[in-house]
Design a binder for this molecule. Sequence first.
Ligand code: FES
Ligand SMILES: [Fe+2]
Length: 346
Amino acid sequence: MTAIDKKTLIEDRVNNGLRGQWYPVAKSVEVKKTRPHGARLLGEKIVLWRDAENRLRCIEDFCPHRGAPLSYGEIHEGNIGCRYHGVVVDGEGVVVRVPAMPECALEGRKALKSFEVAEAGDAVFVYVPSIEQPEAPELILPKELTSDDWTGFLCTGEWKANYRYALDNLADPMHGCYLHAESFTLAFGSKQDLMKLDKTDTGFRVSRVGQVGENFDWTEFEVHPGSMFCFLEIPYPPAAGPGGVFRIIGFVTPIDATTCKVFFWRMRQVSGLARESWRFLYRARLEKTHWDVLEQDRVMLEGMPDDARRREMLYQHDLGVSRVRQVLTRAAKSQVEAEMAEAAAE
Ligand code: FES
Ligand SMILES: [Fe+2]
């Protein structure tokens, strides 16, 4: 294999999404015991459901008989029955029954890949294995999603843009005062600044130099073995109700090379009665304004050509964007090299 092939493989891996990662794929409420839920992840179709013990299961969304989507099927005693000719497959991807054909040789065969699944913060996460990390590592999550002190809301959206655009957008606090200039909370703050990049224990933080604690001033990325997410804070006017700053946690899931799914948790550290009143206020008044802001991001990113990278001209403010790309490229390189080493050993 030539150096050029390797470079292309690395670029493709970055573009299609890293393996060896936990990705959120659905809201918890979407994955039920009563019917299968189809999703896509890194170009693959998967199906999720809860089995008889209420355990989350995930396998390829492909019937071993003739390839019908299992997500069109039904749940029978914790397994999925294909809608086309009734073949039943379990959560390990093993064919349990072929009802149309007595003693069919397919029965007992492990026919499909199965995936490890976890649940946190009202979302369902699926692990995409890599050669370096075939077994799922522990899913490391932001503390706000695992602690009782915080409360919030998860909102998700499918965007017709490569997942990298959504990550780039998050690593770029400077867009806030332009793209979201009309919004409730993002309207104030200066429109000129410099950016800086600082290393943290687990990743990096990109922040505005001149504007601190005023608005969308910084984003921090955490890069763990097996998960990557970011968070940012938006100081809130008193009209936004009780609780401290508003914290947004973002995960971006690559669906395929031109589609992604964003998962944003809007969290506040607030307890007791104040918690209930904030949750009420959020639902009643704030949620809509947040959707409006997200729509501005979505429309902008969907409007950019898929290959914008080839012509873009970055400037000082794009420190965070460059760092995200560096993180992705390094991880992709190591994955591609491990795959090439394995292929060579065979
Ligand atoms: S394609 Fe699923 S049972 Fe035939
Ligand atoms: Fe934005």
